[in-house]
Design a protein around this ligand. Structure first.
Ligand SMILES: Cc1cc2nc3c(=O)[nH]c(=O)nc-3n(C[C@H](O)[C@H](O)[C@H](O)COP(=O)(O)O)c2cc1C
Length: 200
């Protein structure tokens, strides 16, 4: 697959997935081998990835996810995106694999913004690479953060030392039944300026 095609068609795929088709640990780990080519601050590579394919654990995580997303989904305007987000929330435990990307160190609200940027910036490029590698193998993913409202509960469930490790997101992984084309986005000319900040 050409990189431009992967970049323009890697979307939040939540509904158009085959929830019955298993996703092997092997294919997830092959995607992770691509993902860990991503950069980290100081080349620390202090990421950790927890794959979850145990039905009981997925059920508990899905319950946390649902509890956290209910308010957000209820107040969100009803759009195709919220319908799809609602479907994911209602079916998360049925997704074959949940990937939990983590980074060493506990994010604190009082830390310097540069530290926070370095922490999350040392994880999210790898997560996006994982999603691209998955896309190239017919696997759909979605970047989600809503479960982090219950980060501590999920840490306790999985034996993650909460004070030492920050969870970055949760990536459901399933085989796609269909793919979407490029997303409608604000034009680059509207969001880019040169040499000076442009208001508006
Ligand atoms: C930081 C971040 C957090 C997100 N959190 C969630 C989430 O908790 N649940 C969800 O269903 N989607 C979540 N998404 C997915 C976005 O809603 C989705 O990428 C966006 O609507 C654009 O859709 P597209 O990727 O299909 O173009 C998140 C995306 C990002 C980048």
């Amino acid at each position: 697959m050409l990189i431009d095609e992967a970049l323009t068609t890697t979307r939040a795929v939540r509904r158009g997935v085959d929830l019955r088709r298993p996703v092997t640990r092997d294919v997830v780990e092959r995607c992770l081998r691509m993902a860990v080519q991503a950069p980290t601050g100081g080349n620390r590579q202090d990421w950790r990835f927890v794959g979850i394919d145990d039905p009981g654990l997925k059920q508990t995580i899905a319950d946390c996810y649902r509890a956290a997303s209910v308010a957000y989904l209820d107040q969100a305007a009803r759009t195709a995106d919220t319908d799809s987000a609602r479907f994911l929330a209602q079916n998360l435990e049925r997704v074959p694999v949940l990937l939990l990307p983590c980074i060493q160190g506990r994010h604190s609200p009082t830390e310097h913004p540069a530290r926070t940027a370095s922490r999350y910036g040392s994880l999210y490029p790898a997560v996006w690479s994982f999603m691209l590698a998955a896309r190239a193998r017919g696997l759909a993913t979605a970047f989600t953060t809503v479960h982090l409202v219950y980060e501590r509960e999920v840490a306790d469930l999985l034996g993650i030392p909460y004070d030492e490790v920050t969870q970055g997101c949760l990536i459901p992984v399933a085989y796609a039944k269909r793919w979407f084309g490029p997303a409608p986005r604000r034009p680059v000319t509207e969001v880019t300026s040169w040499n000076r900040w442009r208001r508006g």
